[in-house]
Design a protein around this ligand. Structure first.
Ligand SMILES: Cc1cc2nc3c(=O)[nH]c(=O)nc-3n(C[C@H](O)[C@H](O)[C@H](O)COP(=O)(O)O)c2cc1C
Length: 158
């Protein structure tokens, strides 16, 4: 692909793990993706990684909306490259699917220690489906803010 040569045609799709706090990568991601690389896949694409805290599907998603998020992700790319696989990343903005709950908790009573969610955003105030909240309808100015990755949140949700 362009100037990148993969050692084989096995590519690992991005897979949300909902296992992070504050959007930071952690040991789990190093082990999860490092193991796929050690298992000889050619390409490993890290899961949907939000460019804005309110663009996360859940408060437990991973993100890349500040410089502080870079170093923990470098550990992941190093683990992948050490096993001679090629790292990739899926940058993401969940839109009206954002501000949800982890899939295994949807429809269940909220756990006392579950982190609070927020309202997702979209082009129209129409929920994705019955499991999702109605999103905030974006103005043109707010759409521009999404395009330039300027967060619309005044305080970062945890
Ligand atoms: C646990 C899990 C998490 C997933 N997370 C993402 C994701 O972060 N981004 C995405 O685009 N697709 C996600 N998917 C979809 C997969 O990347 C993939 O497209 C899907 O499993 C179909 O691939 P297959 O036809 O090879 O099974 C996820 C799938 C699973 C099973």
């Amino acid at each position: 692909m362009r100037n990148i040569t993969l050692r084989n045609r096995i590519g690992v799709s991005p897979m949300c793990m909902y296992s992070y706090q504050g959007g930071f990568s952690n040991d789990w991601q190093v082990i999860h993706l490092g193991a796929r690389a050690a298992g000889s896949a050619g390409l490993i694409i890290a899961e949907a990684t939000a460019v804005d805290p309110i663009g996360r599907i859940t408060p437990y998603d991973i993100g890349l909306w500040s410089d502080e998020h870079i170093d923990p992700l470098v550990r992941v790319t190093r683990a992948i490259k050490n096993s001679r696989a090629v790292p990739g990343i899926q940058i993401a903005y969940a839109g009206r699917k954002a501000g949800s709950r982890r899939p295994w908790n949807i429809g269940k009573p909220r756990q006392p220690d579950e982190l609070p969610s927020w309202q997702g955003v979209g082009p129209s105030p129409i929920a994705f489906n019955g499991d999702y909240e109605v999103p905030h309808e974006l103005s043109v100015e707010e759409i521009r803010a999404v395009q330039t990755f300027s967060s619309m949140v005044k305080t970062t949700p945890s």
